[in-house]
Design a protein around this ligand. Structure first.
Ligand code: FES
Ligand SMILES: [Fe+2]
Length: 366
């Protein structure tokens, strides 16, 4: 006879959070073969503007070539392999030059100058190694696979679903980078349930009902759902008070909720009635993840002389730190010899779906 307990969904075995071999396989599977969000297009507004991003153990250059063309390259010189650019962000002023022997590349990656090379040397044989690059509503994505599926296929229905927020038109207000001592999946698991909210986030629970809202049917590209405000709150901030007008195209229903979505493998979208918060995750080790949190507001609001955004930043920065701290404690506990997979409740169905996605992709590669 099969007992009910045998069917209870359980958390993943420890090796998924502690084994460097599993970590390296996941880096390849999720961060080299899927579209990964690396930042925002408005971070590099002018031709030559660039920033560096480390993804899957690789240093990448993300650069604006022309008005509407963004490219990305491996940060590796084609001469003797030197890392070309050591500075985190800036402007290339027309070309990208290696600091070793001066090989010079165009913003499109073509090799333009290679001093001292022999006469039969063909510059066209040595462009920078480029990556597939795409932009969705202001978010830049890269993909290291040779022939990836189109970005829009990975995003499924999200472009239509979230079109009312017009994310491409929002401007950055604040960026905070966190160094979290936890496996990247623990951070995603934490983001996708709010059963912990009454215990861990009393301030959040005062303005948002963790039992409200609903989740979408999970799929291979994303999981997520919404939560409603409570206690008279109108947005997520230190006091729930609305200090900015609603984003212009939202429906009245969209103004009553916050939408929380995880777009695999590394973008967390938190869509509020009056601003958008994003987290991008960059795994650094099996037990360490760099998390970049950004707050984006409508530029018309930001240009008002009495604009305020710190209420949203302070609220989420405190909540973030509570989440990172508990994720680090999760990491510590899972590293114990006493850890064995524990049971999920029915309300943790998104977490179960995430784990299933991890296992499914692992099976596909086996
Ligand atoms: S290694 Fe870059 S120019 Fe020589
Ligand atoms: Fe939380």
């Amino acid at each position: 006879m099969t007992s009910e307990t045998e069917h209870v969904a359980k958390t993943l075995p420890a090796r998924y959070y502690t084994d460097p071999t599993v970590f390296n396989q996941e880096l390849k599977r999720f961060y080299s073969e899927m579209w990964v969000c690396v930042g925002r297009a408005n971070r590099i507004p002018a031709p030559g503007d660039y920033f560096l991003r480390e993804v899957g153990g690789e240093s990448l250059i993300v650069v604006r070539e022309t008005g509407d063309k963004i490219r990305s390259f491996f940060n590796v010189c084609r001469h003797r392999g030197t890392r070309i650019c050591p500075v985190a962000e800036g402007n290339f002023a027309g070309h990208i030059q290696c600091g070793y022997h001066g090989w010079k590349y165009g913003l499109d990656g073509r090799l333009m100058g290679a001093p001292h090379m022999h006469e039969s040397f063909h510059r066209e044989d040595y462009p920078l190694h480029s990556l597939n690059t795409g932009v969705w509503d202001g978010h830049i994505f890269i993909n290291m696979a040779q022939e990836p599926e189109p970005l829009l296929m990975q995003l499924k229905d999200l472009p239509q679903k979230f079109s009312h927020w017009r994310m491409g038109e929002l401007a950055l207000y604040r960026r905070i980078t966190y160094d979290v001592r936890a496996n990247w999946k623990l951070i995603l698991l934490n983001y996708n349930e709010c059963l912990h909210c009454p215990v861990l986030h009393p301030a959040l629970s005062a303005i948002s009902d963790y039992r409200s809202g609903s989740n979408d049917q999970p799929n291979a590209s994303y999981i997520g759902g919404s939560m409603e405000f409570c206690g008279g709150a109108q947005t997520m901030s230190t006091d729930g008070k609305l200090r900015r007008t609603y984003l212009p195209e939202l429906t009245s229903e969209e103004c009553t909720k916050v939408y929380y979505y995880t777009i695999y493998p590394n973008l967390l979208l938190s869509l509020h009635p009056d601003y958008v918060m994003t987290h991008t995750l960059f795994p650094r080790a099996v037990d360490r993840t760099e998390v970049i949190c950004e707050w984006h507001f409508h530029s018309a609001e930001m240009s008002k002389p009495d604009f305020e955004g710190d209420d949203a930043v302070k609220f989420w920065d405190e909540t973030n730190r509570q989440d990172w701290s508990i994720s680090e404690l999760s990491q510590a506990g899972i590293g114990s010899r006493a850890y064995t997979p524990g049971p999920y409740s029915r309300s943790e169905n998104l977490l179960r779906a995430f784990d299933q996605m991890i296992l499914e992709r692992e099976r596909r590669d086996a």
